[in-house]
Write a protein that binds this ligand. Structure first.
Ligand code: PLP
Length: 417
């Protein structure tokens, strides 16, 4: 991350220019053109095709739980690939069964609980959506500002109109209630015809907005009272991200009926899961009513087992709690007037800015060798590897005021032109 290596302009490098053009020519343009081409990673660092080094404070959007190229992950993947990578769900495999058992243990799920493996977060939520439909009740509630994925069912649950509108008609019956409003929830559930309520314990894509613990508890109690399923989307918050295995475990008494996982579950290898709690929910989907070709294949399952095992062996839950608190405290201790607050838990953090310059801070950060993300004009999101070192986080905190300076200057410059 030396300043000299950072000062080159990637756009002027012929190799990089070639990639940008080829990317545009070969890819469906749903992501815009990426700012960098990455070629290698190690721990919390990645390198681009110009040899520039970055501290990865986003971890592939809360995915690379162990950072890049962790030896335990590489060893487990290599061994499994050499043994048996894929068999279809016509057959069972040891890694798949072990992973299901381990997840049920970590989730403290009761007897009669079960796991369905998918390949992504959106698919995990599709499974949960189908489980909800099987209750026979017509209505489904989700929260305002929710994000549950991009396939048609998960999209139907996502509150952002701009994501949904181009793809109408979507599966129907979904309504949104304002997060945190117990009264609105109570009246929406009152008729006893709600199949399920979907909620993220911390709304990650919306800007790292945590649900109030009292609201999460009300969600649990009111859904139980009215016979609706509580479906917690822990795709972003699960697998140690908040310093617990699952974010809802921070609130005693909150146990979901269904929990969905992905992102950190495979540490970079695609895998998702929907977990049902208790026999009544597990039995909603019958044989033949759902399926997947890849889901839970032995390569994915062995990789995930290595992620979970390493989180345990390296004591990462405690590490995430401690470094997360330190990070939030250090950012606040800067006393920078442009930082209004730090939200979130563990190593899922949103830095709230007073100016709408978050995307410009992201750009300045990239130039300075830090990968972060903006969830909107006012919020920076950090979701680094769970094993990131305190000193690495400190280099970002130290750089933040200068990044804010650069962003505010760039904004003023944009306004002039
Ligand atoms: C990322 C995310 C999803 C979608 O996961 P994909 O793997 O991108 O399909 C769903 N829910 C939440 C809360 C997420 O953060």
């Amino acid at each position: 991350m030396s300043d000299t290596s950072m000062s080159q302009d990637a756009a002027q490098d012929p190799r990089s220019a070639g990639y940008a053009e080829r990317y545009r020519a070969a890819m469906i343009p749903v992501f815009g053109t990426p700012q960098r081409v990455l070629v290698r990673g190690q721990g919390a660092k990645v390198w681009d095709d110009q040899g520039r080094e970055y501290l990865d404070l986003l971890a592939g959007i809360a995915v690379n739980a162990l950072g890049h190229a962790h030896p335990s992950l590489v060893a487990a993947m290599t061994k499994q690939a050499e043994t048996l990578a894929h068999v279809s769900n016509f057959f069972a495999t040891g890694p798949q069964i072990e992973l299901a058992e381990k997840l049920l243990r970590l989730a403290q799920a009761p007897e009669g609980s079960g796991v369905f493996f998918a390949n992504s977060g959106t698919e995990a939520n599709e499974a949960a959506f189908k489980i909800a439909r099987r209750t026979g009740r017509p209505r489904i509630l989700a929260l305002e500002n929710s994000f549950h994925g991009r396939t048609m069912g998960a999209l139907a649950l996502t509150s952002k109109e701009a994501y949904r509108a181009p793809f109408a008609p979507l599966p129907g019956g979904v309504e949104w209630v304002p997060a945190g409003d117990v009264q609105a929830l109570r009246s929406a559930l009152a008729d006893g015809d709600v199949a399920a309520v979907f909620a993220e314990p911390i709304q990650g894509e919306a800007g790292v907005l945590p649900l109030d613990p009292a609201y999460l508890l009300a969600l649990r109690e009111l859904t139980r009272e009215h016979g609706a399923l509580l479906i917690l989307d822990e795709v972003q918050t699960g697998i140690g991200r908040t310093g617990r295995w699952f974010a809802h475990q921070a609130v005693p008494g909150v146990v979901p009926d269904v929990m969905t996982l992905a992102k950190g579950l495979g540490g970079g290898f695609p895998i998702g899961a929907a977990i049902t709690f208790g026999p009544e929910t597990t039995e909603l989907l019958h044989a033949g009513q759902h399926g997947t070709t890849f889901g839970g294949n032995p390569l994915a399952a062995a990789t995930s087992l290595a992620v979970l095992g390493t989180i345990e062996e390296e004591g990462l839950l405690a590490h995430v709690q401690a470094t997360g608190e330190e990070l939030a405290a250090a950012v606040l201790a800067l006393g920078d007037p442009r930082v209004l607050g730090v939200r979130g838990a563990g190593l899922l953090r949103g830095i709230q800015l007073s100016e709408p310059v978050a995307p410009l801070v992201v750009r300045a950060a990239l130039e300075a060798g830090f990968i972060i993300n903006a969830t909107g004009p006012y919020t920076l999101r950090l979701a680094p590897p769970l094993n990131i070192e305190t000193e690495q986080l400190a280099t970002f905190v130290a750089a933040l005021p200068a990044l804010l300076d650069a962003a505010v200057q760039a904004a003023a410059h944009e306004e002039e032109n």
